[in-house]
Design a protein around this ligand. Structure first.
Ligand code: UD1
Length: 367
């Protein structure tokens, strides 16, 4: 039996573990337990995702909570080490690039437990981004690299990784997206609180914003807000507000136009229900760049760089930068694009989790 811990801590992790856990349920040679580090803990940042994504309750909840990077990472490491000493897995699966990813990978590796990194090899080459450090450290010590796009293969090879450890499997987040989309075709969002908002704001744009580089400092946030307010003069903008952003908006006294409709953080399905039909998605999230690519929805990334260059290459994503003028120029360009010309990256087909388990079951030594 291959005993595996699947680790998740923050909102973008939950979408990625859902298909991995779903496929594992049908494998009789695998015991798969979910470890939730508690990095995100509010109902609408965590529990609502477990419900929407049909994830079972976590087997272990580590209760890490918020804090500085060092505090949060250290708390996760200490509790995860205790857990691994009590109930030792043969392998852990970590996903993405959040603090929980790095913390649990380091702990496992030092206990000589194998580490599989899902969404390995992505690089923004921007060390001011905490996620870039998390990605680099996790990849430095992982045993299995499951990659989503060809740039990641290149990056890992350049960093000296053994080719036989790199597996281009596609994207588990897209597995989840396609699965959820199918479910949504049945209920068509009939019970969503945002149904009326969607109906009464035709042509809307959908905005998410939470990167520290964009919202933590007043000047950067204000610059982006000015561009958003100009765009909001042309079309309504639906904006689910991340807790970090909500706090910073109040602290910096940022004011947004009335046609920027502020919403609480949305559940996975309610968010999908809104962005899938948006005229344009504006975001600084990594995941939404990829999800919008998979559904051919035009996306503007409010950042100077992306660790997901395939989304730009296939035509759906435009790097808009973070200055008012660059954002407005990108907005004009994006509206001229024809989504029919956007391509879907290879293997973003809903079968990535199956590919991952097939590699792990071949490679593992288990009895
Ligand atoms: C984290 C990830 C980021 C990911 C994002 C998605 C790292 C370094 N960052 O950033 O990569 O894109 O999650 O949301 O791991 N808060 C709440 N309730 C919660 C969680 C957070 O109110 O359930 C507030 C707290 O004030 C906290 C702040 O949000 O201090 C930031 O949370 P944190 O997990 O530190 O970072 P995120 O910005 O969410």
């Amino acid at each position: 039996m291959l005993k595996v811990f699947v680790v998740a801590g923050a909102r973008p992790n939950f979408m990625k573990i859902a298909p991995i856990v779903r496929v594992a349920r049908n494998l009789n040679k695998v015991s798969c337990k979910i470890v939730h580090t508690g990095q995100h803990y509010d109902y609408d940042m965590s529990q609502s995702f477990f419900e929407d994504l049909e994830l079972p309750e976590p087997d272990y909840y580590l209760n890490a909570g918020s804090g500085t990077h060092a505090q949060q990472t250290a708390r996760i490491m200490m509790s995860f080490e205790d857990l691994c000493l009590q109930d030792r897995p043969s392998l852990i699966i970590v996903v993405g690039d959040v603090n929980s990813t790095l913390a649990c990978a380091v702990v496992a590796k030092k206990l000589l437990i194998d580490v599989a990194h899902v969404e390995a090899g992505l690089r923004s080459f921007d060390l001011a981004m905490p996620e870039e450090i998390n990605r680099m450290v996790t990849d430095a010590i992982s045993d299995y690299f499951f990659v989503t796009e060809k740039s990641a293969v290149k990056n890992l090879i350049r960093e000296g990784k053994n080719k036989t450890r790199i597996h281009y499997v596609g994207h588990v987040m897209i597995d989840n997206l396609l699965y959820q989309l199918k479910r949504m075709q049945v209920d068509n969002g009939s019970d969503y609180s945002s149904k009326e908002i969607k109906r009464s704001n035709p042509g809307y744009a959908f905005l998410t914003l939470h990167r520290p580089a964009n919202v933590d400092k007043r000047d950067s946030f204000q610059e982006i807000a000015e561009a958003i307010n100009v765009i909001a003069g042309e079309r309504p903008i639906l904006f689910p507000v991340h807790p970090r952003t909500r706090n910073k908006m109040a602290e910096h006294e940022i004011s947004l136009a009335k046609t920027v409709i502020q919403l609480p953080p949305l559940s996975f399905r309610e968010s999908l229900y809104l962005w899938k039909d948006a005229t344009v998605v504006m975001t600084d999230s990594g995941g939404l760049q990829e999800e919008s690519t998979a559904l051919r929805v035009p996306c503007m990334t409010l950042r100077e760089n992306t660790e997901r260059p395939i989304t730009v290459e296939v035509g759906s994503n435009t790097l808009a930068g973070t200055k008012k003028e660059s954002i407005l120029a990108a907005y004009k360009r994006v509206l001229l694009r024809n989504p029919k010309t956007f391509r879907i990256p290879p293997k973003w087909d809903g079968k990535s989790a199956e590919r991952i388990w097939s590699v792990l079951l071949q490679g593992a030594e288990y009895s």
